[in-house]
Every structure is written in structure tokens, then in C-alpha cells.
Design a protein. Structure first.
Length: 198
């Protein structure tokens, strides 16, 4: 693989490596010595690929001042937030810079937030008109996998949430099983609302 840029991304006691290749694809690898496929950690486990559409220059890991969805989950259930648990796992994101000047952001999220946003993404993909009738799922597909990245959400599509009417937003939230403020909170987190630059 022709790796032009890369950086580490620790998340929930796991170590991931984000790389960008010459075909404008992002690849997610995991260091997992307990996995038999890794041959006791000598090989990285390929988790996903995602077509970015922009030729990479660099990848840089940045801290976030916002917490993942654990806060939204706890308050939605009527429980108090565990501030110590949130501060013990600081969120980090990877900033992707490209030759065209476009900035992309890779944000790790937990399973609960991923499930919610997956439902929202599918709803947006089915409800919104696509530019030039191009399917976002097909655009993000990589040549080696033939399908869009497993476990990767398309932030460009999710940002179109505000194009929905209030009735459609309510319908999408009902499908995801959450209130609208939870979706807004998730979108703020994955959109880099709390990025800190060192």
C-alpha cells in the first residue's frame, strides 16, 4: 500500500492507525496482538476503508474538549453524569489535510452513538436528493473493497441533517429511538465542535 500520511488514534484501550493512500482513500488498521490474524501483533488488522475524494497531505491527531456520547446516554436515561469516567477517557480526533484545501475529520465513537447515527445516515440517504443523482454510498466505496467502508459514517451526508423539515427530523429521531437534542449533540461531537489545537 502506498501510504502518504498516517497517525495513531487510541480509543477505549485500543490502538488504531489511520493512513491515507495515493488514491485518496482512508484506511483504518488496529493493533491487536490477541487477534489470531495479527500473528501475535506482527501484522495490523484492516478494519475499514473509506474514499475521501481529496489527495492527502497530512494526518494530525488532535484532542477534543467535548466528551463522547456517554454524557448524552446518561442524561437521557435520567442518571447523573459520571464526570470522572468522561475525563479518564479524553476524546481524540484525526485531522486530514488535503491538497485541495479541504479538511476532513476522523472521529472515533462508541457503539451506541454509531447505531444512532447509522440510522440517521440511512434516513438521510433515502430522503435527500443527491447532487447530480450521485449516491454518497457509492462515492465512498474503495476499489479494493467494492462497498463503502464498514463501520465508517459519512460526515458530509450527516451534516445535511438541517436540510430536513421538523416533521422529517422527528420521524428520523423516532426511527433512531432518541430525541432530537441527542442527535444534535452527536453531530456536534463528530463535527469537531470541541477541537483543541496544540
Amino acid at each position: 500500500m502506498e501510504v502518504l500520511a498516517g497517525d495513531f488514534l487510541p480509543w477505549e484501550k485500543n490502538l488504531f492507525l489511520i493512513t491515507a493512500d495515493g488514491d485518496s482513500n482512508l484506511h483504518v488498521f488496529q493493533y491487536d496482538p490477541e487477534n489470531l490474524q495479527s500473528i501475535t501483533g506482527t501484522r495490523l488488522i484492516h478494519k475499514s476503508s473509506f474514499h475521501s475524494g481529496h489527495f492527502p497531505i497530512s494526518l494530525k491527531r488532535l484532542p477534543s474538549t467535548l466528551s463522547p456520547s456517554m454524557a448524552a446516554d446518561n442524561t437521557a436515561n435520567g442518571d447523573e453524569m459520571d464526570v470522572d469516567a468522561l475525563s479518564s477517557q479524553p476524546a481524540e480526533q484525526v485531522l486530514y489535510t488535503s491538497k485541495s484545501g479541504v479538511l476532513l475529520l476522523v472521529t472515533p465513537i462508541d457503539e451506541t452513538m454509531f447505531s444512532r447515527l447509522s440510522v440517521i445516515q440511512v434516513y438521510l440517504n433515502n430522503q435527500l436528493e443527491h447532487h447530480c443523482a450521485l449516491n454518497p454510498k457509492g462515492y465512498r466505496a474503495t476499489a479494493d473493497e467494492g462497498a463503502s467502508g464498514r463501520g465508517v459514517l459519512d460526515g458530509t451526508l450527516l451534516k445535511r441533517w438541517n436540510e430536513l423539515s421538523s416533521l422529517r427530523k422527528a420521524e428520523a429521531c423516532a426511527k433512531a429511538g432518541v430525541e432530537e437534542w441527542v442527535v444534535r449533540s452527536d453531530l456536534e461531537f463528530v463535527g469537531g465542535g470541541g477541537l483543541g489545537f496544540l
